[in-house]
Design a protein around this ligand. Sequence first.
Ligand SMILES: [Zn+2]
Ligand SMILES: [Zn+2]
Length: 209
Amino acid sequence: MGGQIEMRCRCGQVRGTVTKASPRTVNRVVCYCDDCQAFAHQLGRTDLLNDKGGSDIVQIAPATLGFTQGKDRIVGLRLTPKGLYRWHASCCNTPVGNTLGPAIPFVGIPVQVFDAARPDDVFGAPIGAILGKYAVGEPPAGSTGLNLSLLFRAIARVMGWRLGGKTWPHPFFARDTRVPLYPLTVLSHDRREALRRFCGPHPTARAGP
Ligand SMILES: [Zn+2]
Ligand SMILES: [Zn+2]
């Protein structure tokens, strides 16, 4: 079920492949949270945000992603000591996968990173938007409050991947030790706070660093 799709960082040094990509095997959601916005500003990659600061994210099963080139360029950033692992290509600051630890198996990747002329054909259109209270300006319709159908779908996907053996091999963690495979940095508290002025709902500064 589903096809194979290539992904690559902006400069092309980091490349990977996702197998079994289809609307039935992924979860595509636009996330307006201030962490995703802060991450894009930290990387200087606000080109990946929509005009309200949203990130169009394709969530996939870890085992379906494999890097084929440029692994030595992959690094991770956590915005807080317990935050998501936000892996990216150090060559050109392209996000290549947001994850939690292997116990909650998913990888979220900005749709722009995929080599797809028509991503809707591959992944389906986004099924919704979340955390619109952080959107820059007016929240998009349906993006605020608790969206139960989106939540249940996300949980069902992750549970399915976990029970279906789609955690390993994990693209970012070693199976035997559960240790991250790539160098990791935690943002300082001061830097995390400094990024808030760029983020919704009411940014007080325009561009990232
Ligand atoms: Zn690159
Ligand atoms: Zn987010």
